[in-house]
Design a protein around this ligand. Structure first.
Ligand code: F6R
Ligand code: MG
Ligand code: MG
Length: 377
């Protein structure tokens, strides 16, 4: 059967600043998705959070960009905002809902979306990632490692089913254009783009031999939509695994050595992307509103439904003592970067900062700036 997995997320308010959503918000979303399961609109719905973002994972047979599915997500976030977040005066209530103009698709309105439609295989493992306090380009290095780097993904070299490589659809977030690049042939061009994650982000990955969809990632840039700082874009991503795709272990190993990503405090700093468990209360942000973190949920999609380790409870893929090692490194990187305070590269380059006082300071100091030639004269 053809099945679609839709991952739609938004920050519509949180407790203790930008720490995490209130449990009542998650229960409200669970109720909405349970109703949609009962009417048959969706096969399965699962609700979780990563830091202050609520993440909805839905399976259905309606294809990508479906108005009913997007409408369900939109109404859920709207109602949570009105009925829970505003009533409890939670922080940033409705933060990511930038427009009321819903007309069938949440893209461009604030929520992040990663969707993939595919023919369900005899056994269909998927991994859904969600990150907080960072941006869509945070997936660039991990996705490059997973689908393009033979150093990360052994299968690219030794599995005939992966050996022909993958196609990356890369989005220019400023110009709203996409380009598709095939690796290994166009590897250097791909890396040239992906190395600028604030501008270029991966929207889709396809297996080269048969154009089978392999991964989808959200590419929202809230500040470009709103024209002002409205929080970081806290991306989600969905990856198909095994039997012709990278193994789950290859997918996870891309996160073992934490990449430095943009976001963190006031969306204006660089920090390590820390892989965390979501069952052990690690998917919250604390130190300097971070560090940025990522959770990984593993499922089988079986007859259009989510099968996890117990009912639809997903496998908590970063809940492994091995990833204590990565967390330790991420913590050390975080502390180290913070020793630099407001100096680049710990602080983002000026054009990427979400909060800034520089124009104000420059305006005030303008009368005091002197031409060097005059001063030296
Ligand atoms: C980053 C983020 C937080 C806030 C910070 C300041 O994405 O959400 O780091 O930017 O806590 O928030 P305000 O200005 O609302 O006090
Ligand atoms: Mg927030
Ligand atoms: Mg967030």
């Amino acid at each position: 059967m053809r099945v679609t997995v839709s991952v739609i997320k938004a920050d519509v308010g949180s407790v203790a600043g930008h720490h995490r959503p209130h449990a009542e918000m998650l229960r409200y979303a669970e109720k909405k998705l349970a109703e949609a399961e009962e009417t048959g609109l969706i096969g399965s719905g699962y609700v979780t959070h990563c830091g202050d973002d609520i993440v909805l994972v839905m399976t259905h047979t309606r294809g990508e960009n479906d108005p009913e599915i997007h409408g369900l997500a939109w109404r859920t976030f709207k109602e949570i905002t009105e009925k829970v977040a505003k009533r409890l005066k939670l922080y940033g209530a409705g933060q990511d809902l930038l427009s009321d103009a819903f007309s069938g698709n949440v893209r461009g309105l604030g929520p992040g979306v990663a969707e993939l439609e595919f023919e369900e295989r005899p056994s269909e493992p998927i991994v859904v990632f969600a990150a907080d306090k960072t941006e869509p380009g945070a997936w660039n290095l991990p996705l490059y490692r997973i689908f393009a780097s033979p150093d990360n993904t052994a299968g690219l070299v030794i599995d005939p089913k992966l050996h022909a490589g993958f196609k990356f659809e890369v989005m220019d977030l400023i110009e709203s254009e996409v380009v598709t690049l095939k690796v290994p042939e166009e590897l250097y061009d791909l890396v040239a783009l992906l190395g600028t994650p604030g501008r270029y982000a991966i929207s889709k990955v396809y297996r080269a031999v048969d154009d089978e969809p392999a991964a989808a990632a959200s590419t929202t840039r809230l500040s470009l939509i709103a024209g002002r700082y409205v929080g970081k874009d806290d991306p989600v991503m969905l990856v198909r695994a095994q039997a012709g795709f990278p193994a789950v272990g290859e997918i996870l190993s891309a996160f073992a050595m934490p990449p430095i990503v943009s976001g963190w405090m006031r969306g204006s700093h660089r920090g390590p992307l820390m892989p965390v468990s979501f069952r052990k209360g690690q998917n919250v942000v604390t130190f300097f509103d971070g560090p940025p973190r990522v959770i990984a949920m593993g499922w089988q999609v079986s007859d259009g439904k989510l099968v996890g380790v117990d009912g639809k409870e997903p496998a908590d893929l970063f809940d492994d003592p091995f990833f204590d090692y990565s967390r330790r490194i991420a913590a050390e990187m975080a502390v180290y970067l913070r020793t630099m305070g407001e100096f680049e590269p710990a602080r983002l380059g000026h054009e990427e900062m979400e909060y800034t006082t520089l124009p104000m300071i420059l305006e005030r100091l303008k009368p005091r700036f002197r031409k060097v030639a005059e001063v030296r004269a």
